[in-house]
Design a protein around this ligand. Sequence first.
Ligand SMILES: Nc1ncnc2c1ncn2[C@@H]1O[C@H](COP(=O)(O)OP(=O)(O)OP(=O)(O)O)[C@@H](O)[C@H]1O
Ligand SMILES: [Mg+2]
Length: 394
Amino acid sequence: MLAHKPDKILIVDDEEEIGQSLKMYLASEGYAATLATNGSVALDMLLTEKDHTVVLLDINMPGLNGVTVLKRLHEAGSDAAVIMMSGHGSEELAVECMKNGAEDYLSKPFALADMLQRIERARTHRRERAEKKQLQQEKEDFILMLSHDMKNPLTAVIGSIDIIREGCLGVINEEQTEYLQSAIDSCNEVVTMIDNLLDIRKFEAGKIQMAVHPYNAHELISRITNQFTRPAIHDGIELSVDLEAATSTIDVDKNSFTRVLGNLLGNALKFTPEGGKISVSCRCISDMEAPTLRIPEYAAIPPDFLKNSCFVRLAVSDTGNGIPQDELDRIFDRYTQLTQRTERERGGAGLGLAYCKLAVESFHGMIWAECEAGQGSKFVILLPCRPDNGNCRS
Ligand SMILES: Nc1ncnc2c1ncn2[C@@H]1O[C@H](COP(=O)(O)OP(=O)(O)OP(=O)(O)O)[C@@H](O)[C@H]1O
Ligand SMILES: [Mg+2]
């Protein structure tokens, strides 16, 4: 007999006799067993009560069969351990059930003692999974808390170094200025990493707040790119900007857009060796030209995206190491960092591009990477736009 609060077990079987005898046996072993004689009743119970530990699920039932119930439970994120039962099973069916999240599979008829053993094993696995999940959650919460708390002191450090660098506390020479600037750059990199991490979490929790306003695309892009002139000179890299004459309005959150382009330029600097080139280009594309955009297959086109009448196409290209074709999609996933490294490469967390993707998508745009063998990388952002009518913010 179980000494603690009995676990709730749901038996789902259209053959009531089998169900009842299982129920009585499990009750005698200290479990709180309930019986459902069809799939849809079972699904209702499991999705409303949500405290069943184990489900014994018959596969062949009229109406909703066991595999469908299993799939629905899996889709709904149920954490109950499901043991499938079948009188006419096959290896393929067992494999399909396991693929859809079943914990175990048992052919009928079975010995009650065997079922009991499997239930206990399923409970142990479920408990271990829950503990692992909680540990992972605690780890992530801790990292988030630490990141959040590190931001304020870091910002204070940047501010203090900047006061000295500006010469407010006494004259400093060129070499000292350079060291102080490099300290500020390093602190800023950590702040960007923290911002990326915190904002990715906010996106995922649906808690991000964007202040979206109309901006002149060229003005915004030039201003952001100009901030990279000094680091590019410092790294011995030529940075050029090519903006076509016609200007257009894009609706973005200024801080977020600045971080998106900042992440792309930061990557280009990080992955391009000394003597290389980075170019930023921006042009307006009408819907007529949309077929020439060469959107790669892996970049899912948002619904109605191609119905926009014009787009701003912003590209950041570099002459660095490039990215293998089969990794072009994956680099937008969190924590993905490829192995090729230049001498000057500085750490990073693999979060920049994940942030860029979420932010660009929140502006109803698209982002993807391109790479021709031996030609460096190109990152393309497409945003819906309209002609500049003079109402843009600065
Ligand atoms: N311009 C580029 N050239 C070559 N590889 C790149 C380029 N941009 C990104 N990558 C590859 O994609 C990976 C993911 O980029 P991402 O910006 O997400 O992370 P990171 O730069 O490594 O770290 P973080 O941005 O968090 O500081 C990089 O680690 C690198 O392997
Ligand atoms: Mg990066």
